[in-house]
Each structure stands twice: as C-alpha cells, then as structure tokens.
Write a protein of this length. Structure first.
Length: 128
C-alpha cells in the first residue's frame, strides 16, 4: 500500500508474522540486520541481479513464503515490480503438463559466487 511510513524494524516485524526471516547468501544487506536486503540503484550501480524476471531464492530447498518490498525512492514512471502466482500458473496448465511437472525432476543450485555485475541490458526493464 502506498504512503506507509514504516521503519526497518517494523517491516521486519511484519515479515516475521508470516514465519522466520531468511538471510540471502549474496545479496547486499544491512550489517546489523542481515535479513534486510538493500537494493540501492543508480547510474553507477545498475540492477544487474534483478534486471530480468526472476523468482526469489528458488535455489533453496525450501524457498521463503514471500517477499515484502518497500520502495523509498520511486521513479515518476517505470520501476514497476510485478508478482506472479505460481500456484495459479500451475492451475492453468493442461492435465498433461501438470502430470509432466509432477513426474519430472527439477534441480536448482545456488551459484558458487554472485553473478557478475554489468550494465542493465535495457532502460525499459524494471529494477524490482
């Protein structure tokens, strides 16, 4: 909801209502609150880690329930973060695709090091 003035501690307390907060193994975070990821983008620090569609922390055996975002600086246009329901996407699959999904083996591994940084490929992508 727009216009909320909450502190980091309040945001973390709200997140804890849903379960244990996770600590991302390579995203930038606050030194004294490692559960809080800080994404501070500028021309000198482009959003290389989130410049395309992604699902948060799916490399974990048990990924977090969700993500709570708080934007402190918002552009006049763009900068949108979109959410997708994987359970709704699954329900929309044909029975054949659901069966293939249930019977196939999928593996996601955490990279051994953070992805390399680089220029954002397009100025039209969102920074999450």
């Amino acid at each position: 909801m727009r216009g909320q003035d909450i502190t980091v501690d309040q945001q973390m307390a709200f997140g804890a209502l849903f379960g244990e907060l996770s600590i991302h193994p390579f995203s930038p975070n606050l030194a004294d609150k490692p559960e809080m990821i800080i994404l501070d983008y500028s021309a000198d620090n482009p959003p290389a880690l989130t410049d395309i569609w992604h699902a948060d922390e799916t490399f974990r055996e048990t990924p977090p329930l969700g993500t709570i975002l708080r934007a402190k600086v918002v552009p006049e246009t763009g900068g949108d973060t979109l959410f997708a329901s994987m359970s709704a996407a699954y329900r929309g699959l044909s029975e054949r695709m659901k069966h293939a999904s249930r019977t196939s083996r999928r593996t996601r591994a955490m990279p051994s090091s953070p992805p390399p940084t680089g220029k954002q490929p397009s100025p039209n992508t969102s920074s999450g």
